[in-house]
Design a protein around this ligand. Sequence first.
Ligand code: SF4
Ligand code: SF4
Length: 454
Amino acid sequence: MSATAADEKHPLELEGARVSVKKPEVRYDVQGEMSEAERVARAMQNFVKDFGRTAAIYMESCIHCGMCAEACHFHHVSGDPRHTPIWKLEPFKQAYKREYGPFAWIYRTLNLKPKVTVAELAEWQELLYDTCTVCGRCSLICPMGIDIASLVSQARHGMFQAGLVPHELWAVAERGAREGSPLGATPKVFADRVAWLADDHEIDIPLDKPKADVVVTMSSIEIMKYPDSIVATARILNRLGVDWTFRTDGYEATNFGLLSGNTAWQKKMTMKLIDAAIAAGAKTVVLPECGHAYTALRWMGANMLGRPLPFEVQHIAEFLADNIRSGKLRLKKVAKSVTFHDPCQIVRRGGAVEAPRIVLEALGVELREMEPAKGLNWCCGGGGGVVTIHRADRLRYKVYQLKMEQIEKTGAELAVTTCANCRQTFDDGQAHFKSEREMGSLLELVAENLSDGE
Ligand code: SF4
Ligand code: SF4
């Protein structure tokens, strides 16, 4: 790991006033032994490898209107022009102009776009990882339809190959690839937890059934930090009388390969779920309360397999909503006001906007929407792997304050979400600000309120 130091002033909003504060030491992380020239070459080769027609159209379409800046929560709280979404793609854009675009030879010959340097890539490590949750709010706002979030994910591929990933994120991704879980929820740990929870809660939790209609998955945050989610899932599926199982050969839906930019690790994690579901003859795979798990299997799974998935993929909120709509799942009324935090990857990027609201309606709560909500909801600030990066904490807490203001303005008694990573980000934010507001799980709220008449 190497480091650079910088003491330049950095504008931040503090107590409503824009002030300059001393920037903490900026450091960047490196992996592997290679020369600077080799790092740059690898980054550029992999940037270029990802350029297809869509990325090329995006690169040519920006009209520099600046609207994406206003959309980004990091830019919103810092006011730093470097946090403008399209600026985060500058080295990627330089690679496009010099190596791939229709006038690449002119750019090279006249050196109109100079070669990217390793110092620039080091600076962009912070921009592509620490200050982007891949939330897609900028993509939604862009009048030219440029999907900046997907380009950030593509640019991360080049950064990974160049060994330029924030160390904490790299470490959890590597552990996920090596052990099967970024937080140590290995198959043995998972099986032990399931046995302990089944015993403790006197509930049947099917594990490793050879065949089942529904294979259910979990995220490592749920397994290790919120194990009640496992019990809640079992209560609901057992009540529905579904033929379901967890499987130790494919339970972990967390995918840090995707977040770090390593497509080989991403594929390895995804294929475990796919292979387990195929082995079980599953008609449906239910994904847990985890945002990027939804992106990784629901929207990218078929690409990893190389053909359409032979089963349906549903986020747990979609599964619950379908069973409510069909009349199979009936719930008790909860006489409380509730606000719902829309996880970016499930709602904005994933399109599952109404499913959680159908569930909340069935619970009879008074839903108090945040302003803005649904596709335009502000991100919690911890997605895209940002919550793992400690040097990103200071700005992440500013983003978190934006989110908390949204929640408090609703005056709702309860706040719930359908992403354990958002939940963890909230827990961390609440501890940081010594506040006691809790972020609950929609899944657990449902399990606590199953109608006795079922
Ligand atoms: S909103 Fe779109 S067109 Fe406008 S500056 Fe950002 S990327 Fe370019
Ligand atoms: S994807 Fe989200 S975090 Fe990343 S640049 Fe766009 S608005 Fe900002």
